[in-house]
Design a protein around this ligand. Sequence first.
Ligand code: S3P
Length: 433
Amino acid sequence: MADLRVKKVKDFSAEITVPGDKSISHRALMFSALSNGPCEITGFLASEDCLATMHALAAMGVEIEQLGAGGTHIRVHGCRGQFKDPGKPIDCGNSGTTMRLLAGILASQPFETTLTGDESLTKRPMNRIAIPLEQMGAKIKGQGDRCTAPLKITGRPKLTAIQYESPVASAQIKSAIMLAALAADGKSTVTEPHPSRDHTERMLNYLLVKNIRSGKTVSIWGGQTPESRDIRVPGDISSAAFWIVAAAARKGARLLINNVGLNPTRIGILSVMIRMGARITERVDESGCEPMGSIEIIGGGLVATEIGGAEIPTLIDEIPVLAVAAALAEGKTVIKDAQELRVKESDRISAVAENLRRMGVTVDEFADGMEITGGATLKGAEINSLGDHRIAMAFAIAGLFAEGETVIKGVECIETSYPGFTRELEQLQAMSR
Ligand code: S3P
């Protein structure tokens, strides 16, 4: 198990870019594989999670070319959704997006496939996609009442359209249904309690697949094949989030992040940091498939806030690092309506609470969130990542503000979403010395 050692930094001034967006990279791979020809993808995130999707598609007969060093520029040859039987189980690694979205594609394939994953992924609930996909006509067999992986999926080439009311705001559920709906007759709809990230809707529209949003409902028509087009993936706002908090909470710091995704369904972190007192300026370019641009952050003293309701899906993956921001802010921050955090790569409510307490912070844990009392000096501590990339990186940022050394145990998991994070952290520490 690898450790990461972090020490306190002073103020800094930097200009950075972050690797490609994970959610958009998964979709770029899958949707171009479904398309009618070659698609070049630039800015692709060559991290473990997205490589799990790439290897799965390759095992299903999709030709994927590497067009340069670093793995960020690739060409996918679309097969119009005519995949080949992989003949053996597909390993989705740590990636929930791979498993859930792929299940939506496999629901209509004329063969049986088994999807499996690592220790964390095989504990996560898959009934949330199994229920709607079975209603559409696929057969899905998982383990126990939460239908955990390994998942055996028996596809049915002609699926039935569905009008589905999802109990959770989840882009993974919505996208799995939308992908299956392409193989159904007529119009399918998915309604969510609050809108989740809309990368699937945007990218399908960009590939000329008709789908329409009206309030909390998205509609999509079956029988459509995505048109092959080149796709540019912006930098991942969820990776940028770590540096946003590092700069916002450090008086005198200035940070410019270029080429980052600024999709309104993903940028809840910016509104929260502004409420907490950070000075943030955005420059957005709306001309591509996804809004992207630059953000400048000027650090200052932070104050507590409340985060909940419809804002949660817009910042769900950023809550661990927002909890660190809360620990550095004056006052009590309340995070609520975030019960989904309990079923991510780890139980992120208990992981955040336990690790913040190790650093000397008072945290009250609730079923759906926590209250964090900010303002106390953070103490360097030994942190347990629980094999969860976002916990490892959030607490590396906490270490930049702590007295003494912080040691993060088990940082290999960072490779699932942010190759290069440790190098960036070292550069920042070197710069501030
Ligand atoms: C993702 C959606 C989110 C997010 C995950 C990636 C996606 O999950 O937490 O990291 O790519 O669709 P849910 O949609 O299940 O909340």
